[in-house]
Ligand binder design. Structure first.
Ligand code: SAM
Length: 254
């Protein structure tokens, strides 16, 4: 039976598997619960100098990744017998839809995934429009390249693949899976430098413990979402203040 397989197209294949080769994901990879390959985009460059980037049309800073090596490398991967033909081709870009647990679940249900890592100023627009089937961002900040983003996506998806995480640490209890953040966790010692573990967790009373965990998960979720909501309200108030300031200064000009 074929296992979930991630194929990464990158200019730096030596960066992989990196952290994915360690701990749970690494052990599961070695045990064959999921599969991985990193393909060097430069091998699909068509000229003698193996050029993968060029200056942007219209001018501007930096270099742009050329479309031809990327199309060639995806076509090569698609032709490989092991790859499911419905596998999504995901371009990693800070302009994509924001990665989250729902998308990780969606990807884990597919047999395979192909991830394209950009570098430099980014990739030729035709890759996003005509080659990639999805564009994913891991957050609203700009990394130097797509490799770390690919690792984040693969790590989050691989732990949902059956056999990767043991049942004792079931991902079903994780934050974002149930819609709630997870309750606080404690381990030995019960008293560490005067910092105590909540009594109830030491009581051995399973029903009480479950109630406490549920209450704490709800409290934590409400608190942290309230903090996000407050940030959005502050940003909105600031934007309104700025735009009314602009209107005032424009009316004083006219
Ligand atoms: N100039 C581009 C822009 O403003 O959208 C950013 C290019 S970035 C320096 C180079 C590459 O890093 C991108 O093509 C993408 O593959 C990757 N990258 C950077 N930030 C990312 C993010 N937040 N999520 C996913 N990939 C990212």
């Amino acid at each position: 039976m074929s296992v979930w397989t991630a194929t990464v197209l990158t200019l730096f294949p030596e960066m992989f598997p990196g952290p994915l080769g360690h701990s749970l994901a690494g052990r599961a990879l070695a045990a064959g619960h999921w599969n991985f390959s990193a393909i060097d985009i430069r091998e699909f460059a068509t000229d003698a100098h193996r050029t993968v980037d060029d200056a942007p049309f219209g001018g501007g800073p930096g270099m742009v990744m050329k479309p031809d090596p990327l199309f060639e490398s995806v076509e090569h991967v698609r032709k490989s017998a092991a790859l499911d033909e419905t596998a999504p081709v995901v371009l990693l870009t800070p302009q994509g839809r924001r990665f989250n647990q729902r998308i990780a679940e969606e990807f884990s249900e597919l047999a395979d995934i192909v991830l394209i890592c950009g570098r430099y100023e980014g990739v030729d627009e035709r890759v996003g429009q005509h080659l990639a089937t999805d564009e994913i961002s891991i957050g609203d900040y700009v990394l130097g390249g797509g490799e770390l983003a690919a690792m984040v996506v693969i790590d989050a998806v691989a732990r949902l693949v059956p056999g990767v995480v043991g049942s004792a640490e079931s991902p079903a209890n994780d934050s974002h899976t149930t819609g709630l953040l997870q309750h606080p966790l404690y381990t030995r010692p019960p008293d560490f430098r005067g910092m105590d573990v909540p009594e109830v967790l030491l009581s051995g009373h399973h029903a009480e413990i479950a109630r406490w965990q549920r209450r704490e998960a709800l409290r934590r979720t409400l608190e942290r979402h309230e903090a996000e909501a407050q940030r959005a309200r502050d940003a909105m108030a600031e934007a309104k203040a700025t735009s009314s300031g602009t209107r005032c200064s424009m009316s004083s000009v006219s």
